[in-house]
Ligand binder design. Sequence first.
Ligand code: NAP
Length: 272
Amino acid sequence: MPFSLCFIGGGNMARSLIGGLLARGTTADDIIVADPFESARQAVAEQFGVRTTADNIEAVRTARTVILAVKPQEMRNVTIAIADSLAPECLIVSVAAGIKASDIRRWAKDRAVVRCMPNRPALQGSGMTALYATQDARSDARARAEAILKAVGSTLWVTEESHMDVVTAVSGSGPAYFFLLIEMLEQAGVQLGLTREVAHQLAVETAYGSGLMAREASESPATLREQVTSKGGTTEAALKHLEAHNVRAIFADAVAAAARRSSELAQQFGTP
Ligand SMILES: NC(=O)c1ccc[n+]([C@@H]2O[C@H](COP(=O)([O-])OP(=O)(O)OC[C@H]3O[C@@H](n4cnc5c(N)ncnc54)[C@H](OP(=O)(O)O)[C@@H]3O)[C@@H](O)[C@H]2O)c1
């Protein structure tokens, strides 16, 4: 039976995508998952009813779209090994952090590539994914890649691949910044006398509500911040302290460090 969607790697990201796709009407018969580990194959087959195999080459043969969902350090060897078995018009979709589309295209013997940078909340169906396509990816192939990633959240396209390092630093690593903020807010509440449970709930729900507001509101985040900061009030006292300690410059430097690291990883796992 021909499978049009093939996942190489049956880990967390693949499972989230498969769950999202099935919920949106893709049939399990259309999907095959290749993973060398029996336990991963069994988990995917039981959870989703899709076919699995340990043989990457068998899996890709009839696929119109191959989704590479292995760790960045595996990408080169995995792609080179399947290259001769890919259909000529096959689209490669990569979710691996830091691996350049031009490297994948070369390893895949010139198949069109869409490189994606999803983030952790994709595992909950609330991800943010940026996509970048090689020049030769046709519009129907781009639409196919976008539909796959839309199954786990929101998507946008970037037109320059160098921007993927910045995307990685902003939205790829971004969840960790927000988790840190929740952690710090919770800890501050505890230090000021709240129980852990109370401080945790206050911090998490405040993050959730603020995220929703920032997403839905027509005002900018700066305006929303000003609207909750009355002159001489409690919020102003906290924000003045943060600004006096250069929180903006520290944050900008931190995000720049992440972007630099993304570019270094691309060098490390990329060419030849
Ligand atoms: N999870 C996220 O939040 C997230 C966010 C953004 C991007 N990504 C990207 O998504 C990719 C996958 O991440 P993940 O979190 O899903 O990782 P994961 O859970 O470790 O999944 C990778 C899967 O691929 C399997 N695998 C390893 N070598 C293989 C091979 N030669 N052929 C076929 N399958 C192979 C792994 O098996 P073993 O575990 O036994 O090695 C594992 O089941 C990574 O490149 C990552 O950069 C993930």
